[in-house]
Design a binder for this molecule. Structure first.
Ligand SMILES: C[S@@+](CC[C@H](N)C(=O)[O-])C[C@H]1O[C@@H](n2cnc3c(N)ncnc32)[C@H](O)[C@@H]1O
Length: 274
């Protein structure tokens, strides 16, 4: 792959999904494109570039899928989930109960293969005392169709469940041969949705948004636009969870306050009427 070809693909990826690959990622990109060249029996990088640019949306989806990182796990970042369960959920539900508003809306943006939204669903159903009275909706979105397909099946090998507390494994999963399937009582709380985080999707009234380990792949200008959009989707006093290596320093201008609780971190939308 020549430097010019690398730039062509890099610009295409940036335009389509906001991810910016710096020069050090050339070998990574070449390996991913080569895989597709072999699968399609194509001879040159430029031929493939023309192929995906020729209004070939299906191949473009496969290509974007192949250059995005889908690493995830159940209850990833334990202190953050502890904070969610022990501080955030009780605070949201207590506040909403007083208003007789029994809706709970949570968005997992960049949900990969589903471990994050299912962890949220397990925590909500297992720790909100009157969970059955609530109208719970966990929206889980991603740009990767392959991930969404696997996420909606909700079937995982045993080693993927290593951070799921034993009592939840028995209660929330069903063993199917060597695999474990998320039970319908948990699955029904989660709605999977294809969505490119660079675009508006009209979601509003969110009580919490998990946008973890996605922002790092975007440049600062794109990060600012995405955070502004997520902020609009959040309810006043709603919570935003980012990955442990991600921060809003230099991105948000005081609409979100940083919270630190027992080693867990989150941001809370400032209520302008306070
Ligand atoms: C590293 S995973 C993070 C998964 C999960 N949030 C976690 O923290 O474990 C990043 C996910 O973001 C998705 N992603 C990347 N760019 C995206 C975009 N523009 N719109 C929506 N999802 C995107 C990828 O497909 C991938 O599944």
């Amino acid at each position: 792959m020549t430097d010019d070809e690398f730039k062509l693909f890099r610009d295409l990826i940036h335009k389509e999904c906001g991810i910016f690959l710096h020069d050090g990622k050339k070998d990574f990109l070449r390996a991913r494109v080569e895989k597709r060249l072999n699968a399609l029996d194509m001879k040159s990088f430029f031929q493939y570039y023309r192929h995906i640019n020729d209004n070939n949306r299906d191949e473009l989806c496969i290509f974007i899928d192949s250059v995005t990182i889908h690493e995830t796990s159940f209850f990833r970042n334990t202190p953050q989930f502890q904070m969610f369960r022990e501080k955030v959920l009780p605070e949201i539900t207590e506040r909403k109960r007083k208003l007789r508003d029994y809706s709970l809306n949570i968005w997992s943006a960049g949900c990969a293969t589903g471990e994050e939204p299912y962890s949220i669903a397990i925590d909500v159903s297992e720790t909100v005392p009157d969970a059955s009275l609530w109208n719970i909706k966990i929206i889980a979105s991603d740009i990767s169709l392959r991930c969404l397909d696997s996420a909606s099946k909700g079937v995982y090998p045993r080693d993927k469940l290593k951070d799921v507390p034993e009592k939840y494994i028995a209660k929330c999963f069903r063993q199917v041969g060597e695999y474990y399937e998320v039970k319908d009582s948990i699955k029904k709380l989660v709605v999977f949705d294809y969505h490119n985080i660079m675009h508006e999707n009209g979601l509003a009234n969110m009580d919490a948004i998990f946008f973890r380990n996605v922002m790092i792949y975007f440049d600062i200008e794109e990060q600012k636009k995405i955070i502004a959009r997520l902020l609009r989707a959040l309810n006043p006093e709603g919570y935003l969870f980012l990955g442990h290596a991600e921060t809003l320093q230099g991105i948000s201008n005081g609409d979100l306050r940083f919270l630190y609780w027992n080693k867990g971190t989150a941001y809370q939308k400032v209520n302008k009427h306070e």
